[in-house]
Design a binder for this molecule. Structure first.
Ligand code: NAD
Length: 488
């Protein structure tokens, strides 16, 4: 692709990194070099971006809501208008099949439209004076300059979860994309200008961990919204605590359970724990990687899921082709990580139902893999793999299923398959996770909050909760009993 632009977008203009440092992107389909010109934002560049956002804040936060909404809506339209280009940029960088990459732009366009509806409509509350004689007003104000740090597995979704509510609330923004998938968000600059965002309102930076660390510890950034691993998330929280105690939201990893009861619709459960799970080659934070199956249905489920994973391998290939359903992993590093788990499983003697090897001899392809009844302390059962790998474990009854489901430090997603709605709701109440899908793989929606229990995160994105994460209440109390001034 000749039109790849991976410069920094600061104060409404593209510019090169002040340090001259760049990083390279290789296509995980065939290891070919896509570009060696991804500019790495230095400390100075981060400072400049934050300064631009700070300067833009007073005007943007006071701009009439309907005008801010119009700009956000136009940006959503431009995402869709440029869907082919943006999807291609995402696909060559991190291997997402082109059909899926397009879906991952339509969803975020809907998110921008959802949040545009809130601009200018964020009302406060008032309480009349009672015995205390105090009239009370609560108003909701933007925070100021907000920062976002993204993982690579859904660039546009992660960016929209952060920037769209921030814009509706009247904040300004500095986004740092992932070093694995920086190309499509780096192309936002022209679209942001065309939509009408004033210079400095949204700034887009490329770079790796050190760039993120500067943003997380910046004294003029009032909030940092992070998506990524628990390890980096902890560092972000630490940086926030050590700098200006900025607000922090963390969207981290998962080891989500799928609970399949004897009365479940078998084909539906198989479809969602195989084909739906394998979307993005299993690189979805809330995907159900620990399948728990009740003993009665287990033999049929195991036979069917084996076939489905075998078929899925046939649908795996070149992500640039529109018929490809499943692509490679994001890059060689991620490939090595997943292969490491497969080797560990081999050493630990875990039974492989299907897959377990690399696929082909080039690119970052791993066979869709199912492990059977791994030890509950094994690495493949306890740690997040982030690849096309599930484990299947059998259980006797509801109580055992819930115990197994909650036996993890994570708590992001979960799914329940049963024909008994009372059981579904009863189990949903007991699951320690931020999201529950019933009779379907969980899917996010602009209206509902998304985030994790336990080590899966802090705070929520999406929905009303996602909007309030970019606001701070201000309470004003008026003494209504002040005596009138004496007549002059
Ligand atoms: P990662 O933690 O390696 O990187 C995430 C981002 O953090 C990148 O932009 C990276 O440059 C940056 N970063 C790294 N070190 C940093 C530091 N010290 N300070 C500031 N920024 C730093 O994670 P990844 O490999 O990009 O993504 C995979 C992980 O993300 C998985 O654990 C997955 O579950 C999680 N994830 C979670 C969600 C969610 O919404 N909960 C969504 C997608 C991915």
């Amino acid at each position: 692709m000749s039109d790849i632009k991976a410069e920094l977008f600061i104060n409404g203009k593209y510019r090169k990194s002040s340090s001259g440092e760049t990083l390279s992107i290789y296509n995980p389909n065939d290891d070919s070099l896509v570009t060696d010109q991804v500019h790495v934002a230095s400390e100075k560049d981060v400072n400049d971006a934050v300064a631009a956002a700070k300067a833009a804040f007073p005007k943007w936060s006071r701009m009439a809501g309907h005008r801010r909404a119009a700009i956000m809506l136009k940006f959503a339209d431009l995402l869709e208008k440029n869907i082919d280009k943006l999807a291609k940029l995402e696909s060559v960088a991190m291997g997402q099949p082109i059909s899926m990459a397009k879906g991952m732009i339509r969803g975020p366009a809907a998110l921008w439209r959802f949040y545009a509806g809130f601009a200018g409509k964020i009302a406060g509350q008032s309480f009349p004076p009672d015995e205390d004689g105090t009239y009370k007003i609560v108003k909701y104000e933007p925070l100021g300059v907000c920062g976002g740090i993204c993982a690579w597995n859904g660039t546009h979704v992660l960016a929209a979860w952060k920037m769209a509510p921030a814009m509706a609330a009247g904040n300004t923004f500095v986004l740092k994309t992932s070093e694995k998938s920086p190309l499509s968000a780096a192309a936002y600059g022209d679209l942001l200008n065309e939509a009408g965002f004033p210079p400095g309102v949204i700034n887009i930076l490329t770079g790796a961990g050190p760039t993120g660390a500067v943003l997380a510890s910046h004294m003029d950034v009032e909030k940092i919204a992070f998506t990524g691993s628990a390890q980096a998330g902890r560092k972000v929280m630490e940086a926030a605590a050590k700098s200006n105690l900025k607000h922090v939201s963390l969207e981290l990893g998962g080891k989500s359970p799928a609970l399949i009861f004897d009365d479940a619709h078998l084909e539906n459960a198989v479809k969602h724990t195989s084909i739906s799970f394998l979307m993005n080659s299993g690189q979805i934070c809330f995907a159900s990687t620990r399948v728990l199956v009740q003993e009665g249905i287990a033999p049929k489920y195991i036979e069917a899921v084996k076939k489905s994973f075998q078929n899925a391998e046939k649908m795996m290939g070149d992500p640039s082709l529109k018929e490809t359903a499943f692509g490679p992993l994001a890059d060689q590093k991620q490939f090595e990580r997943v292969m490491g788990f497969l080797r560990d499983a081999q050493q630990e003697g875990v039974q492989v139902l299907v897959g377990g090897e690399r696929k082909g001899d080039k690119g970052a392809f791993v066979q869709p893999t199912v492990f059977l009844n791994p030890d509950l302390k094994s690495k493949v059962y306890t740690e997040e793999i982030f690849g096309p790998v599930i484990s299947v474990t059998t259980f006797k009854d509801e109580a055992e299923a819930i115990k197994l489901a909650n036996d993890t430090t994570y708590g992001l997603g979960s799914t329940i398959y049963t024909s008994d709605i009372a059981r579904a709701l009863r189990v949903a109440d007991e699951i320690e996770a931020g999201t529950v899908g019933i009779n379907s793989a969980f899917n996010t929606s602009p209206q509902t909050p998304f985030g994790g229990y336990k080590h899966s995160g802090l705070g929520r994105e999406s929905g009303y909760a996602g909007l309030h994460a970019y606001l701070q209440p201000k309470t004003i109390h008026i003494n209504m009993k002040t005596p009138l001034p004496a007549k002059l």
